[in-house]
Design a protein around this ligand. Structure first.
Ligand SMILES: [Zn+2]
Ligand SMILES: [Zn+2]
Length: 385
């Protein structure tokens, strides 16, 4: 098929306005559409020609290329664009009114050249996919993690404090879209290729361009956020750390993560706690462990002693004959549970018998007397002799 003049095919003048081209195409489409000329090969060819003509002439950019070169192809379009970098064209496809076409049941019958609907779908979506960068979608902001060091006591009691958080908020000018509309231009990040080169060690690989989503086109970036869709914000965030956190606990502060895009909510802030050591308490889960020294008379005769716990002092009964290393449990005197602060773990107290420093003659005499009265040999008792 010889290259026909697109203007002749549609029966319009070279300087026809878009409105006239549209009108001419509609009139001809009604007449030559395959669905109204079943089996008519000539009508089908004619319809294909006019669809091609309309596809080019209805698009200002394609029409410009056609006017310049007398034909249209994507390669010619790229060449033309490279020669006139920065030239812009209108966004989207000119509005087209489908009302007025009524082929009744015929419209649904697939002809040999594709149904009426298919042809129009190709015409519009095909052309659109080439020109339109993807519209950004609403996107929830990402979460932020921040470490926080606490003392042992603060972890037990909980803590309210204020933290300086470097986060972001949805851009007030573009609402996170990254652009404020305007004509589509070639993406400057990837120079229109849709791909950017990344180097990872000695490897080079290409990646979808983050600024245009791989389309090679984008709208001019928002002047306020430079296309990022969010603006950096340093914010003092009030943070309540609940009682009972331990090293590695994650405390969620809702809505204080990175800003969302296009009305989507921001992410959350997560505080990751790091709890310091204590002078004499150690902690495993909600249980607390402590070693408490007792005297020889307390161990031998028994005693009521006072021991420290993470929530004040407690009474502990040492039974007569307590050995060094023996452990006692104080129920419910451990750390509060993170899940339910009214529930506490236990405290385990290990008794450590401390021998007195014997200095006075009087004490030495007492011990000699004690030895005479208690002649049993503990090594024999243990089977060592
Ligand atoms: Zn913006
Ligand atoms: Zn790009």
């Amino acid at each position: 098929m010889a290259k026909e003049d697109f203007y002749k095919i549609l029966g319009v003048k070279k300087d026809a306005k878009p409105e006239e081209i549209k009108k001419a195409y509609r009139r001809l489409a009604r007449k030559y559409h395959p669905d109204v000329n079943p089996g008519d090969k000539a009508a089908e060819d004619r319809f294909k020609q006019m669809s091609e003509a309309f596809d080019v002439l209805s698009d200002p950019k394609k029409r410009k290329v056609y006017d310049r070169f007398g034909q249209y192809s994507d390669n010619l379009a790229n060449a033309a664009e490279a020669g006139t970098a920065g030239s812009t064209y209108t966004r989207g496809t000119p509005g087209f009114d489908f009302s007025g076409f009524d082929f009744g049941a015929a419209a649904n019958q697939g002809g040999g050249s594709g149904s009426f609907r298919d042809i129009f779908a190709d015409l519009f979506s095909g052309g659109k996919a080439e020109r339109e960068p993807p519209r950004p979608q609403p996107q929830r902001g990402t979460d932020i993690e921040m470490p926080l060091s606490l003392t042992f006591e603060e972890a037990i009691t909980g803590l309210t404090t204020s933290l300086t958080v470097n986060r972001s908020e949805q851009c007030s000018r573009c609402h996170g879209a990254g652009d404020t509309g305007g004509s589509v231009v070639t993406c400057s990040t990837c120079k229109g290729t849709g791909q950017v080169q990344r180097t990872g060690g000695r490897l080079r690989f290409s990646q979808e361009c983050p600024d245009c989503g791989g389309s090679g086109k984008r709208r001019p970036p928002c002047a306020l956020c430079k296309g990022k869709g969010v603006l950096p914000k340093t914010e003092n965030v009030k943070v309540r750390i609940p009682a009972g956190v331990d090293t590695g606990s994650r405390v969620r502060i809702p809505g204080k993560g990175e800003g969302g895009r296009l009305g989507a909510p921001p992410g959350d802030l997560y505080i990751i706690t790091n709890v310091g050591r204590h002078k004499y308490f150690t902690r495993k889960g909600d249980n607390i462990y402590v070693t408490v020294p007792i005297t020889v008379p307390e161990a031998a005769l028994g005693a009521k002693i006072e021991v420290p716990t993470v929530n004040g002092k407690a009474q502990l009964r040492i039974p007569p004959g307590t050995q060094s290393g023996q452990k006692f449990r104080l129920r419910g005197r451990g750390a509060p549970s993170l899940r339910d602060p009214t529930v506490h773990g236990d405290q385990f107290v290990e008794a450590q018998v401390i021998l007195p420093k014997v200095i006075s003659e009087e004490t030495k005499e007492l011990l000699r007397k004690y030895a005479q009265m208690n002649e049993e040999n503990p090594r024999i008792v243990m089977g060592l002799e």
